[in-house]
Design a protein around this ligand. Structure first.
Ligand code: BGC
Length: 452
């Protein structure tokens, strides 16, 4: 099938294709210090000077906590039939373990009920980066107690919501939160130690599989997945040094979590860091426990990574050659726009034996949107989605079993270390007034999804 890049419709994706839109608790909800919620690592991290652009904080964000009904109505109006959101662990367990916050529990019942009422299938992510601060004090993801804490939290969610929610996502991008939060210090909790990172990786790999098992046991008919960030890694030149640098980064960015999930254990290659990972955690003992038979995997690919050897970078000895330097099309985040690379990464993850189904659980782009006379003409985002959805169709034509696409994100929100500056939404948010304005790309989805 060679569909023209512009001549396809939603029908080409098939009747059973899931069209969703995604968001996350810490990025959207606000009400960070009320209704019994405990502080998360992001609430604390954002108070540290210089960590978040413009000193932004997630305390109010999009105020989804109070406006969820209107926002869900907007998601519905844009034609989506699935809504991915995350549960804030510290909202329902303010101390991470122990006392349950009934108001928090009730809030997610209201959101789920409203989704069901509107005909939006709820896709619930259990962990989208907002660890209870109380648990970080005890070591967070680098603590071996994480297994116990996470299991308790997942059990609570499954027992509370399992009768209504069948579609579950255990972790959002384990490589993202372990590397940015525990090795590079750019995200909460802001740690920068290789040993913390290696422990966090291992506890995340275990939590992911354990979480899947708990859901399987407690939620009859559950459809269970987990998400992976991924990025095609391309050597800058064909020199042996650059090729090796690309190989190391590929292991970290693409293989580190999916391989244990599929029962293969950690990738065993000539890379000192992986030997340390194995030794540090006695990981060879856990190959079976890190595996789980997920019903789907969520792919989240925002850009390819071009890399070259750099002996100044400890251990990894590689650095990225940015899209701006290479003068290729990129988003406001500086991320290369490359739909062909998206297609290749989808095929690659499918080619791992053992993946049953792929959902693209996030895809989107930030641009410098401006609201002029009530209109946001984000033609670049429309072009982006048009090209990426076409690439997805091409991957399907190659035989990749992709059954859904979730746009990232419904509305501009708290973009982690970028604060409110980076806008990824299909809906513009004026953060001073909370006014929502559907962008051109939002209308584009509406027309795509509601076409006769
Ligand atoms: C995360 C989102 C984030 C998006 C854009 C993904 O890695 O899951 O929370 O907003 O990327 O940076």
């Amino acid at each position: 099938m060679t569909l023209h890049p512009d001549k396809w419709t939603a029908k080409d994706f098939g009747e059973d294709f899931i069209w969703g839109v995604a968001m996350a608790a810490a990025q959207n909800e606000g009400a960070a210090n009320s209704y019994g919620k405990g502080p998360s690592i992001w609430d604390n991290f954002s108070r540290r000077r210089g960590k978040i652009r413009d000193g932004a904080r997630p305390a109010v964000a999009c105020d989804f906590y109070h406006r969820y009904k209107d926002d869900l109505l907007l998601a519905k109006a844009l034609g989506f039939t699935a809504f991915r959101f995350s549960i804030s662990w510290p909202r329902i367990l303010p101390e991470g373990i122990g006392t349950v916050n009934k108001e928090g529990i009730a809030f997610y019942h209201r959101v789920i009920d409203e989704c069901l009422h509107l005909g939006l299938t709820p896709y619930v992510t259990l962990y989208h980066w907002d660890l209870p601060a109380a648990l970080e004090k005890e070591g967070g993801w680098s603590s071996h107690l994480m297994g116990k804490w996470f299991n308790r939290y997942v059990t609570l969610c499954a027992e509370e919501y399992g009768a209504k929610v069948k579609d579950w996502i255990v972790l959002n991008e384990p490589f993202g939160f372990t590397s940015l939060g525990y090795m590079l210090g750019r995200h909460a909790p802001g740690r920068m130690a290789m040993s913390s990172f290696l422990s966090a990786v291992h506890h995340a790999a275990l939590a992911q599989a354990d979480g899947g098992r708990i859901l399987r046991k407690l939620v009859p008919g559950a459809h269970i997945g987990t998400t992976f960030s991924c990025s095609e890694v391309i050597p800058y030149t064909q020199s042996p040094e650059d090729l090796q640098a690309a190989k190391r980064l590929d292991i970290l960015m693409n293989r580190l979590f999916i391989e244990p999930t599929l029962g293969k254990g950690y990738p065993r290659e000539d890379f000192r860091l992986l030997e340390r990972l194995e030794l540090h955690n006695k990981a060879w003992k856990y190959t079976d426990r890190m595996a789980f038979d997920f019903d789907f995997i969520g792919i989240q690919n925002y850009f390819p990574t071009v890399v070259r050897h750099n002996s100044l970078i400890p251990v990894i000895q590689a650095s990225e050659v940015k899209a701006r330097t290479r003068k290729v099309p990129h988003t406001a985040m500086g991320w290369e726009i490359n739909p062909g690379s998206f297609q290749r990464i989808l095929s690659r993850f499918w080619r791992y034996g053992g993946v049953k189904k792929i959902l693209v659980t996030e895809s989107g782009a930030a641009f410098r949107d401006s609201l002029v006379n009530g209109v946001v003409d984000d033609y670049q985002r429309i072009e982006y989605y048009r090209a990426y959805l076409h690439a997805l169709l091409m991957a399907r034509a190659e035989g990749v079993n992709i059954k859904g696409f979730f746009a990232w994100t419904l509305m501009d929100n708290f973009e982690w270390a970028e604060g409110f500056r980076a806008r990824f939404g299909l809906i513009h948010v004026d953060f001073a007034t909370q006014l929502r304005t559907i962008k051109g790309s939002g209308y584009w989805f509406r027309d795509l999804l509601n076409a006769p």
